[in-house]
Design a binder for this molecule. Sequence first.
Ligand SMILES: [Fe+2]
Ligand SMILES: [Fe+2]
Length: 267
Amino acid sequence: MLSNAFVAHSLDEVRFWSRIMKEHSLFLKLGFRCEDTQLIHEANQFYAIFEGIERKSHEFTVETDPEQIRRFNIEVYSAASHIWAFKRRVLGLVLSCQMPGANNFPLLIDHTSREANYFRNRLEQLNNGRLEPLPDAIIDENVFFLRIMADHAKFIGHLLDPSERQLVEQARNFSHDFDELLFQARDLDSMRPQSQTIPLLDQFLDQNRVSVASLRDFKKTARDLIEACRIKSIIHPLLADHVYREAERFLAIIDMFEQSLTSVQHQ
Ligand SMILES: [Fe+2]
Ligand SMILES: [Fe+2]
């Protein structure tokens, strides 16, 4: 039986990720060459599709009929699948050197496709009645987001002007820290199910939170400096804000996990 909580969770995911998908379409477009007219056209179409989804998601409220939201989720799932396929196709073109001179890193294209896939999986989980990630999924979810954060640090480091030596160095340190956290998460993952004890997960989340909060602050500073035109880079201001929002999202998920662990402990 689908509930109001299902509606609230669905709208929260769709509002956040449809904006992200819309922005990916813009970033991909900006990285294409002038002659890539067909790809630019497709990117524009995806932009319009996700803009429409975002608008629609804001028209619904928690009072909306859950059945209507279930159908909406299916529609969004299909759009997310299509943009995933588009990103993988673009990745293939770049990796086979069919787009010499295009300006998106392969890792960035791959990264955005992983986010599309994550979004698609969340929609499927929601429609199957799984509203919040289970304790069982805590490690998986962290593995996903830690890698996303590690990638962001790498993108920032590579898109800053090389003369911004201090900021490049800071970005490199973040990249290293998150790679380490990711390895730690994988180690914990392979110790399943014994690693699923609450004290271990609690400590794991605490450690991640500290690092994510500091990366979030770094991204915020970078975003503000880029917006004020105070640093040299080829980072689009919207991209700086985009990665900042994704860090905020990860922090919110960590908090939600901590709460669910606390409630399990007090049962
Ligand atoms: Fe993204
Ligand atoms: Fe990202």
